[in-house]
Design a protein around this ligand. Structure first.
Ligand code: ADP
Ligand code: C5P
Ligand code: MG
Length: 211
């Protein structure tokens, strides 16, 4: 797979996305907080395309690519895959899609993810949805998710919680300082959470059309 450095626009090492006007909402929260579930509802109501960084990495892993083993190891350990790999997958997915509105779920996962994405694409999110949920509740959800994921076991879950606290929360703090974070109490039942999510997309100060 090509790396970010092999981007067609080598001179500036910028993504072709810089020429495609896109609206991006980052969807963040701990593992099991309900990001993927809520993204499904947002897609139905607001016409976004949902891109889960974790799903893209798992697809890349299964495709037999040369990066597959690295990704598999990192996911098993709950570690964050090098930014250039994840950003390339997100870039490809956005360039291939005719939509201009994307929910990016589970990215940026650390400050390096965030800074590298902004530098490469020149894109800042419209806003950031942040799902707050206790570890106790997230653990319960992950252990009953039943999607056959190698990282939904207690040992890896503990590591993912640690990475979330140490590496992902600083990203939320970065956007909080910019007034871009919309916090949601994600411990409630799915449809109640979605009511709060909906309100974030229908606020008057953002450019989002309801379907
Ligand atoms: P994430 O993408 O943040 O890791 P998911 O959306 O995959 O989380 O949700 C993890 C598990 O919890 C799934 O089995 C999902 O059905 C369930 N779930 C999601 N939201 C809720 C909720 N509000 N209440 C109870 N269970 C939930
Ligand atoms: O978001 P999700 O729970 O699907 O992510 C699963 C795993 O994928 C993470 O624990 C991490 O190993 C990897 N990942 C990553 N970088 C991201 C998103 C996910 O390395 N931006
Ligand atoms: Mg998910």
């Amino acid at each position: 797979m090509a790396t970010v450095v092999d981007s067609p626009n080598k001179e500036a090492n910028k993504s072709a996305l810089a020429n495609k006007k896109v609206t991006i909402v980052f969807v963040l929260g701990g593992p099991g907080s309900g990001k993927g579930t809520q993204c499904g509802y947002i897609v139905q109501h607001f016409g976004y395309t949902h891109l889960s960084a974790g799903d893209l990495l798992r697809e890349e892993m299964k495709s037999g690519s040369e990066n597959g083993f690295v990704i598999k190891d990192m996911i098993k350990e709950g570690k964050i895959v090098p930014s250039e790999l994840t950003i390339k997958l997100l870039e490809q997915a956005m360039l291939e899609n005719r939509n201009d509105k994307f929910l990016i779920d589970g990215f940026p996962r650390n400050e390096e993810n965030r800074a590298a994405f902004e530098a490469f694409t020149g894109i800042e999110p419209e806003f950031v949805l942040f799902f707050e949920c206790s570890e106790e509740e997230m653990q319960k959800r992950l252990l009953s998710r039943n999607q056959g994921r190698e990282d939904d076991n207690i040992e890896t879950i503990k590591k993912r919680f640690k990475v979330f606290m140490e590496s992902s929360l600083p990203v939320i703090e970065h956007y909080e300082a910019k007034g871009k974070v919309r916090k949601i109490d994600a411990a409630r039942p799915i449809l109640e959470v979605f009511e709060a999510v909906k309100a974030c997309f229908t606020r008057g100060d953002i450019k989002v059309n309801q379907l």
